[in-house]
Design a protein around this ligand. Structure first.
Ligand SMILES: [Fe+2]
Length: 345
């Protein structure tokens, strides 16, 4: 359930004038609402859905048992050498700043705690599942680069919203996990969108809804639910194209979902939101704490730290430069910004 404390009015300074008190809505209700009548059986059989590594599935199953101990979970992680290596690398990274190196999975899980351990295992598992598939349309390197930038961005926005940083990070990393698969298995639909982008709808999901009758957010959310991911994380995937409307939604405005929705407005290979960046620039006028240029610089700096000093040839600042410069020059030709951009204000 979304913690009312997380979303309570007055806990943090609200960026918007009008925020309605949150009703007693649970994440599972929000999940059901977003999935609606969508049935994964209606997806074309040509789509080969990704599968989580066995160790990750077992970890998710075992961790649902409140009586499970860390040793048992560590044994599950240790059956997968890649997962074990990633966990130890993560816990020993500069981000945690530990004085002594952690050498065992059990120690690593104990330091992370159950909740963070689950998020970590599932994001690593999802990356492994998607990396095993190639896309004819998307460059894997660019895809993961922009996914990580979005994840860092969402975590910084979550900090401003005073909500859960880890769920925002994991949710943003997961939001488009199905796109490499879909762009490959349904190449014509997505290729048409990419090659004639300027003539296409404002958002990719509108094109998907029109061409397929469903979109990658709802399909990705359903798979995440099947994978037994926590409902707040599933909702991050389901709602990630809500845009600025998430900030005006009483159930979502102070949740990690809102942070993920803002991250989804950043530019990517498919330019999923045609005027996403312009909407973020506009948001600054409504929410003084939200400074896009500073956030973009912060993302590139944190990304560089995570890359252990390896130069990133596609920093977020470069992809945003043109629009940011234009906004600084006062050339704000946003006639095509959709109506919802103004809703949050
Ligand atoms: Fe998306």
């Amino acid at each position: 359930m979304i913690s009312p404390g997380d979303l309570a009015i007055g806990r943090i300074q609200t960026p918007f004038v009008l925020v309605i008190a949150m009703s007693d809505v649970t994440w599972s209700q929000l999940r059901e609402q977003a999935i609606g009548a969508f049935d994964m059986g209606n997806m074309p059989p040509t789509v080969k859905l990704p599968a989580l590594p066995l160790a990750v599935t077992r970890f998710m199953e075992r961790s649902r048992d409140p009586k499970v101990d860390l040793l048992a979970l560590a044994r599950v992680v240790e059956t997968d050498t890649g997962l074990t290596a990633e966990l130890l690398k993560h816990i020993n990274s500069a981000y945690f700043g530990l004085r002594q190196k952690v050498r065992t999975v059990q120690q690593g899980l104990a330091l992370l705690g159950m909740r963070q351990s689950k998020l970590f295992v599932v994001t690593v598992g999802m990356q492994a599942a998607v990396r095993a598939r190639q896309s004819k349309l998307l460059s894997q390197a660019c895809f993961w680069n922009s996914s990580l930038q979005r994840a860092i961005f969402a975590r910084e926005v979550a900090r401003l919203l005073n909500t859960d940083l880890d769920v925002a990070f994991a949710g943003a990393l997961l939001q488009d996990f199905l796109l490499p698969v879909l762009t490959n298995d349904l190449f014509d639909t997505y290729s048409d969108f990419a090659t004639r982008r300027a003539e296409m709808p404002e958002s990719l999901i509108d094109h998907e809804d029109a061409s397929l009758g469903w979109n990658h957010a709802v399909a990705g959310g359903c798979i995440a639910y099947r994978w037994q991911l926590p409902d707040d994380l599933v909702c991050c995937v389901l709602y990630h194209h809500l845009g600025l409307r998430a900030l005006a939604d009483p159930n979502l405005c102070r949740s990690p979902v809102a942070a993920v929705c803002l991250s989804a407005l950043l530019p990517d290979q498919l330019r999923q939101n045609f005027h996403g960046l312009e909407q973020l620039i506009r948001l600054q006028t409504k929410w003084p704490a939200f400074r896009l240029q500073s956030l973009v610089d912060q993302v590139d700096s944190l990304h560089e730290e995570l890359s252990l000093g390896v130069e990133n040839h596609f920093p977020l600042a470069r992809r945003c430069r043109q629009v940011l410069n234009r906004s600084m020059q006062g050339d704000e030709d946003w006639a095509d910004v959709p109506q919802e951009a103004a809703v949050a204000g």
